[in-house]
Write a protein that binds this ligand. Structure first.
Ligand code: 5AD
Ligand code: SF4
Length: 480
Protein backbone atom coordinates (compact mmCIF):
# COMPACT_ATOMS: atom_id res chain seq x y z
CA UNK A 1 0.00 0.00 0.00
CA UNK A 2 1.52 3.26 -1.02
CA UNK A 3 -0.27 6.55 -1.50
CA UNK A 4 1.30 9.24 -3.62
CA UNK A 5 1.38 13.06 -3.24
CA UNK A 6 -1.91 14.18 -4.67
CA UNK A 7 -4.46 16.95 -4.60
CA UNK A 8 -7.06 15.21 -2.49
CA UNK A 9 -10.67 15.68 -3.55
CA UNK A 10 -12.87 15.11 -0.55
CA UNK A 11 -15.98 13.00 -0.85
CA UNK A 12 -16.77 12.45 2.85
CA UNK A 13 -18.09 15.14 5.15
CA UNK A 14 -15.94 16.03 8.16
CA UNK A 15 -18.36 14.18 10.46
CA UNK A 16 -18.30 11.03 8.33
CA UNK A 17 -14.53 11.20 8.20
CA UNK A 18 -14.33 11.52 11.96
CA UNK A 19 -16.51 8.39 12.37
CA UNK A 20 -14.37 6.55 9.85
CA UNK A 21 -11.21 7.35 11.77
CA UNK A 22 -12.85 6.14 15.00
CA UNK A 23 -13.27 2.76 13.30
CA UNK A 24 -9.55 2.70 12.48
CA UNK A 25 -8.79 3.50 16.10
CA UNK A 26 -10.72 0.35 17.08
CA UNK A 27 -8.85 -1.67 14.50
CA UNK A 28 -5.41 -0.36 15.50
CA UNK A 29 -6.29 -1.09 19.12
CA UNK A 30 -6.57 -4.79 18.22
CA UNK A 31 -3.14 -4.77 16.54
CA UNK A 32 -1.57 -3.09 19.56
CA UNK A 33 -3.21 -5.54 21.96
CA UNK A 34 -2.03 -8.54 19.92
CA UNK A 35 1.54 -7.28 19.77
CA UNK A 36 1.50 -6.49 23.45
CA UNK A 37 0.30 -10.04 24.27
CA UNK A 38 3.05 -11.44 22.04
CA UNK A 39 5.73 -9.42 23.84
CA UNK A 40 4.18 -9.93 27.28
CA UNK A 41 4.34 -6.22 28.12
CA UNK A 42 2.62 -2.95 27.21
CA UNK A 43 3.67 -1.06 24.08
CA UNK A 44 5.23 2.41 24.39
CA UNK A 45 5.06 5.39 22.03
CA UNK A 46 7.34 8.42 21.96
CA UNK A 47 6.41 11.66 20.17
CA UNK A 48 9.04 14.31 19.47
CA UNK A 49 7.96 17.77 18.41
CA UNK A 50 10.06 20.24 16.47
CA UNK A 51 9.11 23.87 15.84
CA UNK A 52 6.19 26.07 16.78
CA UNK A 53 3.11 25.95 19.01
CA UNK A 54 1.00 24.74 16.10
CA UNK A 55 3.15 21.64 15.95
CA UNK A 56 2.97 21.26 19.73
CA UNK A 57 -0.82 21.25 19.45
CA UNK A 58 -0.72 18.77 16.55
CA UNK A 59 1.45 16.50 18.68
CA UNK A 60 -1.21 16.49 21.39
CA UNK A 61 -3.57 15.14 18.73
CA UNK A 62 -1.05 12.47 17.74
CA UNK A 63 -0.61 11.53 21.40
CA UNK A 64 -4.38 11.40 21.89
CA UNK A 65 -4.69 8.91 19.04
CA UNK A 66 -1.70 6.83 20.16
CA UNK A 67 -3.16 6.62 23.63
CA UNK A 68 -6.60 5.70 22.24
CA UNK A 69 -5.12 2.78 20.32
CA UNK A 70 -3.42 1.49 23.47
CA UNK A 71 0.13 2.81 23.54
CA UNK A 72 1.60 4.12 26.77
CA UNK A 73 3.33 7.45 26.43
CA UNK A 74 7.06 7.64 27.06
CA UNK A 75 9.68 10.32 26.50
CA UNK A 76 12.43 7.72 26.20
CA UNK A 77 13.00 6.91 22.56
CA UNK A 78 15.01 3.77 23.33
CA UNK A 79 12.15 2.13 25.22
CA UNK A 80 9.54 3.05 22.57
CA UNK A 81 7.87 0.61 20.20
CA UNK A 82 6.49 3.49 18.14
CA UNK A 83 8.45 6.68 17.49
CA UNK A 84 7.02 9.68 15.69
CA UNK A 85 8.75 12.96 14.78
CA UNK A 86 6.47 15.91 14.14
CA UNK A 87 8.84 17.98 12.04
CA UNK A 88 9.43 21.67 11.27
CA UNK A 89 11.07 23.11 8.17
CA UNK A 90 10.95 26.84 8.81
CA UNK A 91 14.76 26.94 9.04
CA UNK A 92 17.31 24.51 7.66
CA UNK A 93 18.83 23.54 11.02
CA UNK A 94 15.54 21.90 12.09
CA UNK A 95 15.76 19.61 9.04
CA UNK A 96 19.36 18.69 9.82
CA UNK A 97 18.41 17.69 13.35
CA UNK A 98 15.75 15.33 12.02
CA UNK A 99 18.16 13.59 9.64
CA UNK A 100 20.74 13.30 12.41
CA UNK A 101 18.31 11.70 14.82
CA UNK A 102 16.90 9.42 12.13
CA UNK A 103 20.35 7.89 11.64
CA UNK A 104 20.34 6.94 15.31
CA UNK A 105 16.78 5.57 15.11
CA UNK A 106 17.82 3.39 12.18
CA UNK A 107 20.52 1.72 14.26
CA UNK A 108 18.04 1.23 17.12
CA UNK A 109 15.57 -0.43 14.78
CA UNK A 110 18.19 -2.99 13.75
CA UNK A 111 18.21 -4.20 17.37
CA UNK A 112 14.43 -3.94 17.76
CA UNK A 113 12.91 -4.78 14.36
CA UNK A 114 9.28 -4.45 15.44
CA UNK A 115 9.84 -0.79 16.32
CA UNK A 116 7.82 1.52 14.07
CA UNK A 117 9.09 4.90 12.92
CA UNK A 118 6.77 7.63 11.64
CA UNK A 119 7.44 11.13 10.36
CA UNK A 120 4.91 13.89 9.89
CA UNK A 121 4.63 17.69 9.89
CA UNK A 122 5.93 20.50 7.72
CA UNK A 123 9.14 18.90 6.46
CA UNK A 124 7.14 16.06 4.89
CA UNK A 125 5.29 18.57 2.68
CA UNK A 126 8.50 19.09 0.71
CA UNK A 127 8.89 16.67 -2.18
CA UNK A 128 12.71 16.66 -2.00
CA UNK A 129 12.56 15.56 1.65
CA UNK A 130 10.27 12.62 0.88
CA UNK A 131 12.54 11.65 -2.03
CA UNK A 132 15.57 11.64 0.24
CA UNK A 133 13.75 9.55 2.87
CA UNK A 134 12.64 7.05 0.22
CA UNK A 135 16.20 6.72 -1.01
CA UNK A 136 18.31 6.79 2.12
CA UNK A 137 16.01 6.06 5.06
CA UNK A 138 14.11 2.96 3.91
CA UNK A 139 13.51 1.86 7.49
CA UNK A 140 10.90 4.61 8.06
CA UNK A 141 7.44 3.00 8.22
CA UNK A 142 5.08 5.92 7.80
CA UNK A 143 5.24 9.43 6.32
CA UNK A 144 2.38 11.91 6.26
CA UNK A 145 2.01 15.69 6.09
CA UNK A 146 0.27 18.59 7.77
CA UNK A 147 -3.10 18.36 5.99
CA UNK A 148 -4.11 14.83 6.91
CA UNK A 149 -3.14 14.48 10.56
CA UNK A 150 -6.77 13.49 11.20
CA UNK A 151 -6.07 10.38 9.10
CA UNK A 152 -3.40 9.18 11.51
CA UNK A 153 -5.52 6.24 12.84
CA UNK A 154 -6.07 4.96 9.31
CA UNK A 155 -2.44 5.40 8.29
CA UNK A 156 -1.33 3.72 11.49
CA UNK A 157 -3.41 0.66 10.53
CA UNK A 158 -1.93 0.57 7.03
CA UNK A 159 1.59 0.83 8.46
CA UNK A 160 0.88 -1.99 10.90
CA UNK A 161 -0.43 -4.19 8.09
CA UNK A 162 2.41 -3.52 5.64
CA UNK A 163 6.18 -4.04 5.41
CA UNK A 164 6.54 -1.16 3.01
CA UNK A 165 6.96 2.54 3.62
CA UNK A 166 3.51 4.18 3.68
CA UNK A 167 3.51 7.71 2.28
CA UNK A 168 0.47 9.98 2.29
CA UNK A 169 1.19 13.65 1.76
CA UNK A 170 -1.48 16.03 0.45
CA UNK A 171 -0.72 19.27 -1.35
CA UNK A 172 -3.55 21.15 0.32
CA UNK A 173 -6.96 20.66 1.88
CA UNK A 174 -10.09 22.61 2.64
CA UNK A 175 -11.20 20.12 5.25
CA UNK A 176 -11.16 20.58 9.03
CA UNK A 177 -12.01 17.38 10.92
CA UNK A 178 -13.15 18.00 14.49
CA UNK A 179 -13.33 15.85 17.60
CA UNK A 180 -10.57 13.27 17.39
CA UNK A 181 -8.89 12.29 20.67
CA UNK A 182 -6.36 14.76 22.13
CA UNK A 183 -3.89 14.12 24.93
CA UNK A 184 -3.09 17.51 26.50
CA UNK A 185 0.35 18.17 27.92
CA UNK A 186 -1.04 20.47 30.64
CA UNK A 187 -4.28 19.95 32.52
CA UNK A 188 -4.89 23.64 33.17
CA UNK A 189 -3.93 25.26 29.86
CA UNK A 190 -4.32 24.37 26.22
CA UNK A 191 -3.65 25.57 22.70
CA UNK A 192 -6.71 25.90 20.48
CA UNK A 193 -6.39 26.12 16.71
CA UNK A 194 -8.58 28.87 15.34
CA UNK A 195 -7.22 28.76 11.81
CA UNK A 196 -4.82 26.80 9.67
CA UNK A 197 -2.46 27.83 6.90
CA UNK A 198 -1.21 31.20 5.72
CA UNK A 199 -1.90 33.40 2.69
CA UNK A 200 0.82 35.97 3.19
CA UNK A 201 3.75 34.56 1.27
CA UNK A 202 6.47 36.51 3.02
CA UNK A 203 9.28 36.03 0.53
CA UNK A 204 11.60 34.13 2.91
CA UNK A 205 8.99 31.85 4.42
CA UNK A 206 8.11 28.28 3.55
CA UNK A 207 5.02 28.07 5.76
CA UNK A 208 2.42 28.93 3.07
CA UNK A 209 3.85 26.11 0.91
CA UNK A 210 3.75 23.49 3.65
CA UNK A 211 0.68 24.55 5.62
CA UNK A 212 -1.49 25.55 2.68
CA UNK A 213 -4.07 28.32 2.32
CA UNK A 214 -5.78 30.05 5.20
CA UNK A 215 -8.81 28.21 6.63
CA UNK A 216 -10.67 29.50 9.67
CA UNK A 217 -12.50 27.17 11.99
CA UNK A 218 -16.16 27.79 12.57
CA UNK A 219 -16.55 30.04 15.66
CA UNK A 220 -19.16 27.68 17.14
CA UNK A 221 -16.69 24.78 16.98
CA UNK A 222 -14.00 26.91 18.64
CA UNK A 223 -16.30 28.05 21.45
CA UNK A 224 -17.59 24.49 21.95
CA UNK A 225 -14.04 23.15 22.15
CA UNK A 226 -13.06 25.77 24.73
CA UNK A 227 -16.20 25.09 26.78
CA UNK A 228 -15.26 21.41 26.88
CA UNK A 229 -11.69 22.27 27.83
CA UNK A 230 -12.91 24.51 30.66
CA UNK A 231 -15.21 21.74 31.91
CA UNK A 232 -12.09 19.55 31.93
CA UNK A 233 -10.07 21.95 34.11
CA UNK A 234 -8.53 24.38 31.61
CA UNK A 235 -8.30 28.01 32.77
CA UNK A 236 -6.03 29.44 30.06
CA UNK A 237 -6.20 29.05 26.29
CA UNK A 238 -3.74 30.03 23.60
CA UNK A 239 -5.56 30.69 20.32
CA UNK A 240 -3.32 29.52 17.51
CA UNK A 241 -2.96 30.61 13.91
CA UNK A 242 -0.16 31.78 11.59
CA UNK A 243 -1.95 35.11 11.30
CA UNK A 244 -4.79 35.31 13.82
CA UNK A 245 -5.61 38.87 12.75
CA UNK A 246 -7.04 37.65 9.50
CA UNK A 247 -9.30 35.13 11.26
CA UNK A 248 -12.79 34.74 9.86
CA UNK A 249 -12.33 36.42 6.48
CA UNK A 250 -13.15 33.28 4.53
CA UNK A 251 -15.99 32.00 6.72
CA UNK A 252 -19.47 31.64 5.23
CA UNK A 253 -20.54 34.32 7.67
CA UNK A 254 -17.38 36.41 7.98
CA UNK A 255 -16.36 37.64 11.43
CA UNK A 256 -13.30 39.42 12.76
CA UNK A 257 -10.75 38.10 15.23
CA UNK A 258 -11.86 40.79 17.69
CA UNK A 259 -15.44 39.54 17.45
CA UNK A 260 -14.27 35.97 18.06
CA UNK A 261 -12.38 37.13 21.15
CA UNK A 262 -15.53 38.74 22.51
CA UNK A 263 -17.38 35.42 22.14
CA UNK A 264 -14.58 33.52 23.88
CA UNK A 265 -14.47 36.10 26.68
CA UNK A 266 -18.06 35.13 27.58
CA UNK A 267 -17.11 31.53 28.41
CA UNK A 268 -17.64 31.09 32.11
CA UNK A 269 -14.75 29.59 34.05
CA UNK A 270 -12.17 30.58 31.44
CA UNK A 271 -9.70 32.95 33.11
CA UNK A 272 -7.00 33.80 30.59
CA UNK A 273 -6.92 34.19 26.82
CA UNK A 274 -3.70 34.36 24.83
CA UNK A 275 -3.14 34.25 21.10
CA UNK A 276 -0.43 34.10 18.49
CA UNK A 277 0.75 35.11 15.94
CA UNK A 278 -0.33 38.61 14.99
CA UNK A 279 0.70 40.03 11.65
CA UNK A 280 1.28 43.78 12.07
CA UNK A 281 -0.37 44.57 8.74
CA UNK A 282 -3.69 43.13 9.91
CA UNK A 283 -3.79 44.25 13.54
CA UNK A 284 -6.94 46.36 13.82
CA UNK A 285 -7.92 49.18 16.14
CA UNK A 286 -10.97 47.05 16.92
CA UNK A 287 -8.64 44.39 18.38
CA UNK A 288 -6.76 46.95 20.48
CA UNK A 289 -10.10 48.20 21.76
CA UNK A 290 -11.31 44.69 22.64
CA UNK A 291 -8.01 43.94 24.41
CA UNK A 292 -8.27 47.15 26.41
CA UNK A 293 -11.80 46.33 27.57
CA UNK A 294 -11.20 42.64 28.23
CA UNK A 295 -10.77 41.14 31.68
CA UNK A 296 -9.37 37.89 30.31
CA UNK A 297 -7.09 38.69 27.38
CA UNK A 298 -3.51 38.71 28.64
CA UNK A 299 -1.53 41.95 28.28
CA UNK A 300 0.91 40.49 25.77
CA UNK A 301 1.28 40.83 22.02
CA UNK A 302 3.71 38.92 19.87
CA UNK A 303 4.20 41.21 16.91
CA UNK A 304 6.87 39.94 14.50
CA UNK A 305 8.95 42.79 13.09
CA UNK A 306 11.30 40.67 10.89
CA UNK A 307 13.21 43.81 9.80
CA UNK A 308 13.22 47.48 10.72
CA UNK A 309 14.16 48.61 7.20
CA UNK A 310 11.21 49.62 5.03
CA UNK A 311 13.22 48.63 1.97
CA UNK A 312 13.88 45.12 3.30
CA UNK A 313 10.27 44.81 4.52
CA UNK A 314 9.14 45.48 0.97
CA UNK A 315 11.49 42.80 -0.34
CA UNK A 316 10.14 40.48 2.34
CA UNK A 317 6.58 41.21 1.15
CA UNK A 318 5.55 42.13 4.69
CA UNK A 319 3.24 44.96 3.57
CA UNK A 320 4.08 47.44 6.32
CA UNK A 321 6.86 49.98 6.77
CA UNK A 322 9.13 50.90 9.64
CA UNK A 323 6.98 53.99 10.21
CA UNK A 324 3.64 52.22 10.11
CA UNK A 325 4.95 49.53 12.49
CA UNK A 326 6.12 52.15 14.97
CA UNK A 327 2.80 54.01 14.65
CA UNK A 328 0.98 50.76 15.40
CA UNK A 329 3.10 50.22 18.52
CA UNK A 330 2.19 53.76 19.64
CA UNK A 331 -1.51 53.06 19.16
CA UNK A 332 -1.22 49.83 21.15
CA UNK A 333 0.71 51.44 24.01
CA UNK A 334 -1.69 54.38 24.17
CA UNK A 335 -4.60 52.03 24.96
CA UNK A 336 -2.60 49.31 26.75
CA UNK A 337 0.26 51.07 28.55
CA UNK A 338 1.42 48.01 30.52
CA UNK A 339 1.42 45.57 27.64
CA UNK A 340 4.38 43.31 26.95
CA UNK A 341 5.53 43.32 23.36
CA UNK A 342 7.60 40.51 21.92
CA UNK A 343 8.81 39.92 18.39
CA UNK A 344 10.65 37.85 15.78
CA UNK A 345 13.54 39.33 13.84
CA UNK A 346 15.49 37.90 10.91
CA UNK A 347 19.09 38.94 10.34
CA UNK A 348 20.84 38.57 7.00
CA UNK A 349 17.92 38.61 4.59
CA UNK A 350 19.41 38.72 1.04
CA UNK A 351 20.62 42.20 0.18
CA UNK A 352 20.43 43.45 3.80
CA UNK A 353 23.00 46.28 4.13
CA UNK A 354 24.56 47.69 7.28
CA UNK A 355 22.14 50.65 6.97
CA UNK A 356 19.18 48.28 6.79
CA UNK A 357 20.45 46.45 9.83
CA UNK A 358 20.85 49.71 11.75
CA UNK A 359 17.19 50.46 11.00
CA UNK A 360 16.31 47.17 12.71
CA UNK A 361 18.47 48.12 15.71
CA UNK A 362 16.71 51.48 15.75
CA UNK A 363 13.24 49.90 15.92
CA UNK A 364 14.41 47.52 18.65
CA UNK A 365 15.59 50.53 20.66
CA UNK A 366 12.44 52.55 20.02
CA UNK A 367 9.93 49.78 20.77
CA UNK A 368 11.74 48.27 23.75
CA UNK A 369 10.64 44.65 23.41
CA UNK A 370 10.08 42.53 26.49
CA UNK A 371 11.74 39.73 24.58
CA UNK A 372 12.61 38.90 21.01
CA UNK A 373 13.37 35.76 19.03
CA UNK A 374 16.25 36.49 16.71
CA UNK A 375 16.92 34.29 13.71
CA UNK A 376 19.64 34.05 11.12
CA UNK A 377 18.08 34.05 7.67
CA UNK A 378 17.81 30.52 6.35
CA UNK A 379 17.45 29.92 2.63
CA UNK A 380 14.34 27.82 1.96
CA UNK A 381 14.22 26.36 -1.53
CA UNK A 382 11.06 27.25 -3.41
CA UNK A 383 10.64 30.65 -1.73
CA UNK A 384 11.23 33.84 -3.78
CA UNK A 385 14.04 35.01 -1.46
CA UNK A 386 16.04 31.82 -2.09
CA UNK A 387 16.46 32.86 -5.72
CA UNK A 388 18.03 36.21 -4.79
CA UNK A 389 21.68 36.50 -5.70
CA UNK A 390 22.86 38.93 -3.06
CA UNK A 391 22.95 36.51 -0.10
CA UNK A 392 24.79 38.16 2.83
CA UNK A 393 28.17 36.58 3.74
CA UNK A 394 28.06 34.35 6.80
CA UNK A 395 30.56 36.31 8.90
CA UNK A 396 28.65 39.57 8.29
CA UNK A 397 25.40 37.93 9.36
CA UNK A 398 27.01 36.44 12.44
CA UNK A 399 28.40 39.81 13.51
CA UNK A 400 25.01 41.51 13.06
CA UNK A 401 23.27 38.69 14.87
CA UNK A 402 25.56 39.06 17.90
CA UNK A 403 25.06 42.83 18.02
CA UNK A 404 21.29 42.46 17.75
CA UNK A 405 21.13 39.78 20.43
CA UNK A 406 23.18 41.89 22.84
CA UNK A 407 20.85 44.86 22.35
CA UNK A 408 17.68 42.79 22.58
CA UNK A 409 18.86 41.18 25.82
CA UNK A 410 19.94 44.42 27.43
CA UNK A 411 16.57 46.04 26.73
CA UNK A 412 14.61 42.94 27.74
CA UNK A 413 16.45 42.76 31.07
CA UNK A 414 15.67 46.39 31.78
CA UNK A 415 12.01 46.07 30.66
CA UNK A 416 11.42 42.87 32.63
CA UNK A 417 12.43 44.52 35.90
CA UNK A 418 9.71 47.17 35.70
CA UNK A 419 7.33 45.16 37.87
CA UNK A 420 9.84 44.60 40.70
CA UNK A 421 8.24 45.21 44.09
CA UNK A 422 4.65 44.84 42.82
CA UNK A 423 2.14 42.07 43.51
CA UNK A 424 0.99 40.16 40.43
CA UNK A 425 -1.42 37.34 39.76
CA UNK A 426 0.32 34.24 38.42
CA UNK A 427 -0.88 30.90 37.16
CA UNK A 428 1.24 28.15 38.73
CA UNK A 429 2.57 25.90 35.95
CA UNK A 430 5.11 23.49 37.41
CA UNK A 431 7.45 22.51 40.19
CA UNK A 432 10.80 24.17 39.57
CA UNK A 433 13.29 21.91 37.75
CA UNK A 434 16.31 22.95 39.78
CA UNK A 435 14.80 23.41 43.23
CA UNK A 436 11.84 21.25 44.26
CA UNK A 437 10.88 23.64 47.08
CA UNK A 438 9.93 26.21 44.43
CA UNK A 439 7.15 26.39 41.87
CA UNK A 440 7.07 28.38 38.64
CA UNK A 441 4.16 30.62 37.73
CA UNK A 442 3.40 32.74 34.69
CA UNK A 443 2.12 36.29 34.80
CA UNK A 444 -0.41 37.62 32.31
CA UNK A 445 2.41 39.38 30.46
CA UNK A 446 4.15 36.03 30.02
CA UNK A 447 7.01 36.60 32.51
CA UNK A 448 7.91 33.74 34.85
CA UNK A 449 8.15 33.91 38.65
CA UNK A 450 9.69 31.28 40.95
CA UNK A 451 8.43 31.16 44.54
CA UNK A 452 8.06 28.71 47.44
CA UNK A 453 5.30 26.17 46.90
CA UNK A 454 4.44 22.59 46.01
CA UNK A 455 2.84 20.49 43.30
CA UNK A 456 -0.66 20.90 44.78
CA UNK A 457 -0.61 24.55 43.56
CA UNK A 458 -0.25 23.62 39.87
CA UNK A 459 -3.11 25.04 37.83
CA UNK A 460 -4.16 27.58 40.48
CA UNK A 461 -3.84 31.37 40.53
CA UNK A 462 -1.76 33.02 43.27
CA UNK A 463 -0.98 36.61 44.22
CA UNK A 464 2.80 36.86 44.27
CA UNK A 465 5.07 39.65 45.46
CA UNK A 466 7.87 40.09 42.93
CA UNK A 467 10.90 40.41 45.20
CA UNK A 468 13.71 40.59 42.70
CA UNK A 469 14.13 40.46 38.94
CA UNK A 470 16.87 38.10 37.75
CA UNK A 471 17.12 39.21 34.16
CA UNK A 472 14.27 37.45 32.39
CA UNK A 473 12.41 36.04 35.40
CA UNK A 474 11.53 36.94 38.98
CA UNK A 475 12.00 35.44 42.43
CA UNK A 476 8.91 36.06 44.53
CA UNK A 477 6.93 35.24 47.67
CA UNK A 478 3.20 34.63 48.14
CA UNK A 479 1.48 37.89 49.01
CA UNK A 480 -1.48 36.40 50.89
N1 5AD B 1 14.86 32.16 7.91
C1 5AD B 1 14.93 32.61 9.18
N2 5AD B 1 13.88 32.82 9.94
C2 5AD B 1 12.67 32.55 9.42
N3 5AD B 1 11.43 32.65 9.94
C3 5AD B 1 10.54 32.25 9.01
N4 5AD B 1 11.18 31.88 7.89
C4 5AD B 1 12.51 32.07 8.12
C5 5AD B 1 13.67 31.89 7.34
N5 5AD B 1 13.61 31.45 6.09
C6 5AD B 1 11.17 33.17 11.27
C7 5AD B 1 10.30 34.41 11.23
C8 5AD B 1 8.98 33.93 11.75
C9 5AD B 1 9.44 32.85 12.72
C10 5AD B 1 8.38 31.88 13.11
O1 5AD B 1 10.46 32.20 12.02
O2 5AD B 1 10.87 35.38 12.08
O3 5AD B 1 8.24 34.95 12.41
FE1 SF4 C 1 5.46 32.85 7.13
FE2 SF4 C 1 4.75 35.40 6.75
FE3 SF4 C 1 2.86 33.48 6.91
FE4 SF4 C 1 4.24 34.18 9.10
S1 SF4 C 1 2.86 35.52 7.91
S2 SF4 C 1 3.79 32.09 8.39
S3 SF4 C 1 6.26 34.64 8.27
S4 SF4 C 1 4.42 33.69 5.30
Amino acid sequence: MKIKMENKKETLTAVEEQKRQQQFIEKARIYVREKSEELGRPLYACTTTFGCQMNARDSEKLDGILEAVGYIKTDKEDEADFVIYNTCTVRENANQRVYGRLGYLGSMKKKKPHMMIALCGCMMQEAHVVEKLKKSYRFVDLIFGTHNIFKFPELLCYAMESDRMIIDVWKDTDQIVEDLPVDRKYKFKSGVNIMFGCNNFCSYCIVPYVRGRERSRNPKDIVREIEHLVADGVVEVMLLGQNVNSYGKNLEEPMTFAQLLKEIEKIEGLKRIRFMTSHPKDLSDELIEVMAESKKICPHLHLPLQSGSSRVLKEMNRRYTKESYLALVDRIREKLPDISLTTDIIVGFPGETEEDFLETMDVVGKVGYDSAFTFIYSKRSGTPAAAKEDQVPEEVVKDRFDRLLAQVQEIARERSSRFEGTVQEVLVESVNDQDASLVTGRMGNNLLVHFPGDASMIGTFKQIHLDVCKGFYYMGTPAE
